[in-house]
Design a protein around this ligand. Structure first.
Ligand code: SF4
Ligand code: SF4
Length: 355
């Protein structure tokens, strides 16, 4: 750790910092919505922000890839015209947990691939990310440690770590440094602050441990062995096919493209909306064939898109362990429980072979 990469913000100056930050550009942060629900919304002062919060209902992907986004506008007739759009807004996102930052890293990888998603990439360039490290688990649904998203690993401009009386702030990019310079509210970090940060991380290593009894490097093999598992049939029978789990997932990015014509039948727009692999028509193709017609096949697909396929393509899991899918599921389908069942079933198979 190099001292010059860190600054310190006293807690009593937090509100002043947020007011100054909101003066630079539109500021988004987690706020309490009641009944232990939280959402990312615009804030203007520090008092509005929930510094202790469980993952928001929707992840920060809603700012990188809005649920409903115009791609182009068109007019027909003699003066027909087509105009492509990239809608973006300059934003600062404050308070993202490491799991949500990991989610954005996944989207960055998937949407930078050819064909590149220029709408996403343009919007991303106008967003500044300020993370807030979790020193303990959000709740029992989180499995961030299993997928290596409990400790910071880049993807932010600044990262705040709560050290009691003050925040220790890691400056990771030039944009982050600019905020430190413009707001003029931080103090230089000294060795005692960095020692404190080391202690916090050591303590975290004791608190965070694998939430499922499997080492993360063995997860792809577990999925290689589990394609025909009964677990998929069991959760397929319970799944309601509502699509909530994919909508709230920070790494799901599937969308549908639609055209909409105004009543004058001359003007219209082409837009995209979030879609879900859990909905029955998602995999329907020309001729009416549906290659993921059964719910259990769609559920299995969701898990393989998180834990197996991206490992080959991007060398990482596309699950950040945020727990949103479990929190939102009306059928009580739990990601951790599913993984536990797969591990147990796999161990039972090994024993049976020995007996
Ligand atoms: S939220 Fe639950 S019920 Fe709805 S599609 Fe996902 S797993 Fe099925
Ligand atoms: S699969 Fe579930 S736990 Fe994993 S990132 Fe998506 S919503 Fe979060």
């Amino acid at each position: 750790m190099e001292e010059y990469q860190y600054v310190v913000l006293k807690k009593e100056l937090f509100n002043d910092f947020i007011v100054r930050l909101a003066g630079i550009k539109k500021l988004i942060a987690p706020i309490a919505k009641g009944y232990n629900n939280f959402a990312y919304e615009e804030v203007r002062s520090g008092e509005q922000i929930a510094l202790k919060y469980i993952p928001t209902i929707l992840p920060a992907k809603k700012y990188f890839m809005p649920r409903n986004e115009t791609l182009l506008e068109f007019s027909t007739g003699k003066k027909s015209n087509v105009e492509a759009f990239i809608e973006y807004e300059s934003l600062t996102l404050f308070g993202l947990h490491t799991c949500d930052i990991a989610g954005i890293q996944c989207l960055n990888m998937a949407l930078s691939e050819r064909p590149k998603d220029y709408n996403y990439l343009a919007r991303k360039n106008f967003i500044t990310i300020i993370g807030l490290e979790c020193n303990e688990y959000c709740d029992e649904f989180a499995s961030c440690h299993l997928v290596n998203a409990s400790f910071p690993s880049g993807g932010y401009d600044l990262l705040f770590t709560d050290a009691g009386e003050y925040f220790i702030v890691h400056i990771n990019t030039e944009s982050g440094e600019e905020i430190v310079n413009i707001t003029e509210i931080f103090n230089k970090a000294e060795s005692l602050h960095l020692n404190e940060l080391t202690k916090i991380r050591e303590n975290k290593r004791k608190v965070f441990s694998n939430e499922v009894p499997i080492e993360r490097r063995h997860i792809p093999e577990l999925f290689d062995r589990s394609f025909r598992s009964n677990v998929w049939k069991e959760i397929g029978e319970r799944c309601l096919s509502c699509g909530n789990c994919t909508n709230v997932c920070p790494t799901c990015y599937c969308f549908d493209i639609r055209d909409e014509l105004e009543l004058d039948m001359k003007h219209g727009r082409r837009y995209r909306v979030w879609d879900s692999c859990q909905l029955e028509p998602f995999a329907k193709v020309a001729g009416g064939f549906n290659f993921r017609k059964e719910r259990f096949v769609r559920q299995r697909h969701r898990y393989y898109r998180k834990f197996r396929y991206p490992v080959d393509k991007f060398s990482r899991f596309f699950c950040t362990g945020c727990g949103r899918c479990t929190r939102t599921c009306m059928a009580n389908i739990s990601l951790k429980e599913t993984l536990n069942q797969l591990v147990k079933e796999s161990e039972d198979r090994v024993w049976k072979r020995w007996l």
